[in-house]
Design a binder for this molecule. Structure first.
Ligand code: NI
Ligand code: MN
Length: 219
């Protein structure tokens, strides 16, 4: 059984019962956060980019859990030498004990000099999950969906810093995703969105609105 545990904003954990993969652990200062950094469990921490609302508490969580950080090489300098890191870059695929992880493009600023923002396609628990990170809509999302059949797409819908609900609905079409989970909205007023409206815009995929602190079984 694969679980999606949502901690608010763009922070979530995938748990296959053996491995816990944490994404963009912004908890301190996150008004939606439902868990304290010291209470989060992780074997791997994936970071999409170095903005504070994504890299967040990565360092502290990595140290506490003796977890491995995954991100672009420029992120390594931010999380410190004391933690295990796997630096990779766009187009690269890691074979990991739970499956694989591929780093894919995102269109957004990096938050670190010389860096790039990214998304991830992760195979875990027999499912393929695509996490877009922070990005606008781009047509090469079609290529991401062509290479791997996306079971669940985790997409930002908040607008202002990322694509909004309208463009995220187009992204679902480009990806050919079967299911979609909206994130990165309602954290602050500037990214207020009506998730129900997003649900109405999406065609051909199931929309799962997961509230901060809630979990979804990825069936
Ligand atoms: Ni950002
Ligand atoms: Mn962000």
């Amino acid at each position: 059984m694969l679980k999606f545990n949502f901690y608010g904003h763009a922070c979530f954990q995938l748990d296959d019962g053996k491995y816990k993969i944490l994404f963009d652990p912004f908890l301190t200062g996150n008004p939606q956060a439902t868990i304290k950094p010291d209470d989060v469990k992780a074997d791997y921490v994936f970071v999409t980019h170095a903005h504070g609302d994504h890299i967040g508490d990565a360092y502290r969580i990595l140290l506490k859990n003796k977890a491995t950080a995954v991100g672009i090489p420029e992120i390594r300098d931010l999380v410190g030498d004391e933690v295990k890191t796997i630096g990779m870059n766009l187009g690269g695929t890691l074979k990991l004990p739970f499956g694989f992880a591929r780093m894919v493009p995102a269109m957004h600023s990096a938050g670190v000099a010389g860096g790039t923002c990214c998304g991830y396609v992760v195979s875990i628990g027999g499912k393929i999950i695509y996490f877009a990170g922070d990005t606008c809509l781009f047509s090469d999302m079609k290529l991401i969906g062509e290479r791997d059949k996306i079971d669940y797409a985790v997409l930002p819908i908040g607008g202002h810093f990322t694509m909004d609900a309208y463009d995220a609905a187009r992204a679902v079409e480009f990806l050919g995703a079967k299911n979609v989970i909206p994130v990165h909205y309602n954290t602050w007023q500037v990214i207020e969105q009506d998730a129900e409206e997003f649900k109405n815009l999406v065609k051909g995929a199931a929309v799962h609105i997961v509230k901060p602190g809630e979990s979804l079984e990825l069936a």
